[in-house]
Design a protein around this ligand. Sequence first.
Ligand code: RUQ
Ligand code: CUA
Length: 622
Amino acid sequence: MKTNRITFAIIGILAGLLVAVIFFADFTGDGDEAQDTRSKAEKVYIPYGEHDDYYMLASGGHSGQLFVYGIPSMRKIRTVPIFTPDPATGYGFDKESKEMLGGYTWGDFHHPAISETDGEYDGEFLFANDVGNNRVAAVDLSTFTTVDIMHLGDNMGGPHAGVFVTENTEYIALPTRFSRPIGGEYESLDKFEEKYRGIVSMATFDRDKKEFDTAFQISLPPWSYDLSDAGKGMSGDWIVMTTYNTEFATTNLEINASQNDRDYIVMINWKRLEEAVANGQYEEVNGEKMVDPRDHKDAIFAVPVAKSPHGVDVTPDGTRFIAAGKLAPMMTVFSFEKAFEAIENENFTDEEHGIPILPYDEVMEREVDPPGALGPLHTQFDDRGNAYNTMFISSEVVKWDIETGEVIDRQPSYFAPGHASATEGDTKSPTGEWLVALNKMAKENFLSVGPSHPESMDLYDISGEKMEHVMAAPVDPEPHYAQMIKADKLNPIRYYEKDENRENSVWNQEDARVERNGNEVDVYGVAFRSRFVLDAQSERPDVIEVNEGDTVRIHLTNIDIDQDATHGFAINDYDLNFEVQPGETSTLEFVADKAKTYPLYCSNFCSALHQEMGGYLLVKPK
Ligand code: RUQ
Ligand code: CUA
């Protein structure tokens, strides 16, 4: 009996302990996870009425648009059209933006660059490259509208390695990915090495006139120029660019352009080239001032780098540049000081196409090769001397110490990150708060929308020793690079100021009028809640009557000087629509070649009587 009681007691105690252990373990596990999720949610939660700390300005890839996000909430705020017409804002429909687009219907925007002053984002403009159609554009960040687009001419072949601005936005560098014969004329690919060239356009931007110009172009060997970056501080006069296809392959690039163990980083002293151009040392080629490395041996150099590098990024203090090798899985740290020393001592190992080659071993400071980390593409920085690299193949972000090369942390990304963007992460003073990995694959991350998934973005809190993955969000195809700028550096306008002298503007409804001159019809009208007045003299002031074949220009001023009071102007069944922002004047121009009766209406919901805001366009047959 006694033995039995003891046995039962022991079993009872053991069972109790087991239950307690299971319960306790379970309890703490759930608690930690819930606590963890809560603290992550709190980090990104922006209460109603408060705003995010950062704007993230992300390129929209082949959508030709700019995406604006708030960070850390990851809320999408707006799409800004740059290279692509956009009915939602009337961009590419009104006369001015249509002319700016020049008949192009798309662009391939990879790299945004916010204008800089003294190596810091100044928040005035954002520049955008178009790999698809050889253009560069400027977005005015006071209105978030595209204000200028410049075609870079026929010497260029896809300015992928742009846009990167020098410290004070003296230049916007636009190196080409594809080599082409100068002028783009027909030339057999058998003459690739001899006749094709890789070009760098050095563009300038006049902030007052809001206009681009090309200062000069640099004619380089027909390698592919992948990414570039401008120096800072002690390296402020330089730009660095990665190359691939130093093999001069003209077909099956996947294999043929990956043969050499080493490609190059090209180093260009833009200050010296600027002086040379000012002294007339250039050749005029297709209307551009062209410089060639063979004539400027003091300004253009190259240093070998492990095969087929992708990104190259200058550290915040400007002392080093870091190449990320997409085929050689490592980050290579180079020293500007050592490069300058080699240049000073004419310590060259070779020359290629007139470009002196610097000794790799002497300019390279360190190779950082974390085990199993594959496919490094781009580097970002924090304020504590750390670099962050995206690993496309092993799907992770690697944090490491620039000074020692020591790997500090690795966190997975979901999945296949291309660029990453850290808060103010490519300026002289990164803030080290957040990092967003811009992933190429979303796989099963979000509700399915069929075979084509969105891209995805991961948000990491990088303020601590270890990175913390906080959330993921989908994004339309497809951001390449993004920049994150402190929100208080931007101060967008609330409306366009009333300006009586503005061309084509009308500010009182009594002044709305129609002027006819032969078959040219100019309508000077106003829009306000909730009507159009297009002709004050008419008994139907919201009706326009024209003759078949007339050229019609509708100049419309939105006289609601009140933020967010946007009016649209759509012509039913005529495939025409544009917008006027508060206080803005816009023009729609078309030939009335379809004789019919067309209702017209405001296409942007603006007031309780928005549905009443309309009229007619009557096109009388000949
Ligand atoms: S590139 S994913 Cu077009 Cu910037 Cu590296
Ligand atoms: Cu104006 Cu709707």
